[in-house]
Design a protein around this ligand. Structure first.
Ligand SMILES: Nc1ncnc2c1ncn2[C@@H]1O[C@H](COP(=O)(O)OP(=O)(O)OP(=O)(O)O)[C@@H](O)[C@H]1O
Length: 350
């Protein structure tokens, strides 16, 4: 199958007077599994639809391969799109649903049979070819929607929250299926989701959007470990953010919180901003004081199974601390005075 990259250059898009995409620039590599992640209303679907050719014509350029598709009708772009609703034709069998796009393209019938068989094989549903859509489960219908989309060999595959209608355990199964399918076909794919775990477990890289602006692009790990702003830090998992300032003394750098507590920063660390971001699993909690520990008081604790989550007032804020749970481990009671030690190797100053 062909592999086409996608380049988005300075794309602006408005519904009437309301600008929804505000200067988007992005390079998606051929064969990459890419995700658009962001809160509701951030512009993910609008951007995806602009690539597909739906909605108002944007300003700027959208290249699929080396072809600028802005202004081109959707069916001339050779993109495949799968939506949240499966939208299978209810009066057609599974086989006919998958064959539909090929018939429209006047592909010879012998080839249609071969291609449909291969597409059904790909989604593991060859045995259900003669069923009607209403005789399939939600997950099976979505796999047929995928087969129907990839059978026409699009240059890129666009997925708009395709798993949202499925129940939780099926979603987990289906996201693995999606990844397997994408890898097998090597098809440049964009997956729109507001579910961080879904993006993390499937995509090579993602763009986090907010307010029609891309906040950061990178692999899931890069974005989680090295957020470039507080929005990304907060959006991707739980972030503890302490306010203060960086002080430099010779070779030593430390972060001094507004409450006067000090955290040594590792050698070679960068960042001069007024916030330090610490993930809950990178802080340990103890009843005893240690070098560089932040004094605090346990406000609440929750048993989460593999972890105990503490909410501790310290450093001028409420800090979330996750301790992995081991049988027989001390569970610190609410109201206890404690000391927090942060692993500042993993901290980010913004
Ligand atoms: N047809 C439309 N007319 C007017 N405004 C629209 C239209 N479609 C979307 N919008 C607005 O554009 C903004 C971005 O919407 P979009 O659907 O792209 O967000 P999203 O990030 O995909 O959100 P969600 O996760 O809720 O689908 C929202 O403020 C939305 O209200």
């Amino acid at each position: 199958m062909k592999k086409a990259g996608i380049t988005i250059e300075n794309v602006h898009l408005a519904f009437g007077d309301t600008e929804v995409l505000k200067g988007v620039n992005l390079d998606i590599q051929p064969g990459e599994f890419f995700a658009f992640l962001g809160p509701s209303g951030s512009g993910k679907s609008t951007l995806l639809r602009a690539i597909a050719g739906f909605g108002p014509t944007p300003k700027g350029r959208i290249l699929i391969g080396d072809r600028d598709v802005v202004g081109l009708d959707p069916w001339k772009r050779n993109v495949g799109m799968v939506f949240q609703s499966y939208a299978l034709w209810p009066h057609m069998s599974v086989r006919d649903n998958v064959a539909f796009g090929l018939k429209e393209r006047k592909v010879p019938s012998a080839q249609i049979k071969t291609k449909v068989d291969a597409a059904l094989e790909l989604v593991d549903l060859a045995h259900l070819a003669d069923r009607m859509p209403n005789q399939l489960s939600g997950g099976q219908q979505q796999r047929i929607a995928l087969a129907r989309t990839v059978v026409v060999e699009p240059d890129v595959l666009l997925l708009d929250e395709p798993l949202s209608n499925l129940d939780a355990s099926l979603r987990v199964h289906m996201r693995r299926e999606l990844l397997r399918l994408q890898r097998q076909l090597g098809l440049t794919t964009i997956f729109v989701t507001h579910d961080q775990e879904e993006a993390n477990t499937t995509c090579d890289r993602m763009a986090v959007l907010d307010g029609g602006v891309i906040q950061q692009v990178g692999s899931p790990l890069e974005l989680y470990d090295r957020p470039e702003n507080l929005f990304v830090a907060n959006f991707l998992g739980t972030a503890n953010i302490l306010e203060g300032k960086v002080e430099v003394d010779g070779n030593e750098r430390r972060f001094v919180t507004n409450t006067g507590d000090q955290l040594s920063l590792p050698e070679g660390s960068t960042g001069e901003g007024g916030n330090i971001v610490l993930r809950p699993q990178n802080i340990s909690i103890s009843r005893t004081q240690a070098a560089d520990s932040l004094p605090g008081t346990v406000q609440h604790s929750e048993f989460l199974g593999s972890q105990i989550r503490y909410l501790v007032s310290a450093g001028g804020t409420e800090i979330v601390v996750d301790q992995s749970h081991r049988a027989g481990h001390d569970w610190i009671e609410t109201g206890a005075d404690v000391h927090l030690v942060a692993n500042t190797q993993s901290a980010v100053v913004l």
